[in-house]
Design a protein around this ligand. Structure first.
Ligand code: FE2
Ligand code: FE2
Length: 289
């Protein structure tokens, strides 16, 4: 696909009118967080307007993954303990998983998609903690949303997605390479178009765009590399979930940047598996169809 066809595809993504929108509560939450005078109580009151989102958010706050010794009974209390951003991120997690669902078909399974996305979120956050990355507070969302372009491609452009999957099966290459060969672009680019449309922070948009090609990223590289590592490690640990698709390799540049070696990698993987064992409440959010 040449530059012109890529532009046409971008226009098609931008023109999608049946694109799910984020719930009003989450949009308002984002707005409130930008306002420095917002209090924990303001946010608590806002989230109470959507009882499903607030109840599910509280369930995550109380999951074994965070390991608080006592039950946190209200959103206001959760904000005091975990901070605004974490509570916002958990509410966003609950919302995107709720809106991006649907039945599985031969080509794409939303259930497997979220299984991988959550594994990547936990892997990215775990790696950030282990490497003492300054990006730690944004790690979870980067991992969770990195493949959103794939969801959009599979569901809104299923004809193109089918072409890429066929190419992958015939050539035994990773999906991302098949997309580039069959379509001229990959789901990283589609994810960039989507999250730009959603006005997500530019750092997050970049990580989504370059998670399979971190070597060519020029800005926010620390964050892009982290999300790349989280994705690769998630693919390595969630055996069987995404089928027998070949895994795209760890970038040597990222490997070197984080000073990873086999021993360190094994111990990071052990930590990720440990994190996953405490995160059942997150996986319970996945709609099973
Ligand atoms: Fe991907
Ligand atoms: Fe991925």
């Amino acid at each position: 696909m040449d530059q012109q066809s890529r532009q046409i595809m971008k226009k098609k993504v931008e023109a999608l009118t049946d694109l799910p929108t984020l719930p009003i509560v989450v949009l308002k939450l984002n707005e409130m967080l930008r306002n420095p005078s917002t209090s924990a109580q303001d946010i608590g009151e806002l989230l109470q307007q959507d009882l499903v989102i607030s109840a599910r958010t509280l369930k995550l706050v109380n999951s074994a993954y965070y390991g608080f010794p006592r039950k946190i009974a209200s959103i206001t209390r959760a904000i005091v303990i975990l901070g605004f951003q974490k509570v916002r991120d958990l509410a966003l997690t609950v919302s995107v998983m709720d809106i991006f669902n649907g039945r599985s078909d031969a080509l794409f399974s939303p259930e497997a998609f979220w299984q991988h996305a959550l594994t990547a979120a936990i892997a990215t956050e775990t790696i950030a903690g282990r490497l003492r990355s300054p990006e730690q507070k944004d790690a979870f969302m980067g991992g969770l949303l990195h493949d959103m372009g794939r969801f959009l491609l599979a569901r809104n452009f299923s004809h193109d997605y089918a072409k890429a999957v066929r190419h992958m099966q015939e050539n035994g290459c990773p999906l991302v390479e098949a997309e580039r060969a069959a379509l001229g672009f990959d789901h990283g680019l589609v994810g960039e178009w989507l999250t730009e449309k959603w006005k997500f922070p530019s750092k997050l948009v970049r990580a989504i765009r370059y998670h399979h090609s971190p070597d060519v990223a020029k800005e926010d590289t620390g964050y892009v590399y982290l999300v790349h590592a989280g994705d690769v490690i998630a693919r390595a640990v969630d055996v069987g979930v995404e089928g027998a698709n070949p895994i795209s390799p760890f970038s040597r540049k990222v490997w070197k940047h984080f000073n990873i070696n086999r021993v360190k990698l094994d111990s990071i993987i052990r930590d990720v598996l440990g994190g996953l064992r405490t995160a059942q409440d997150f996986f319970d959010l996945i709609p099973k169809r």
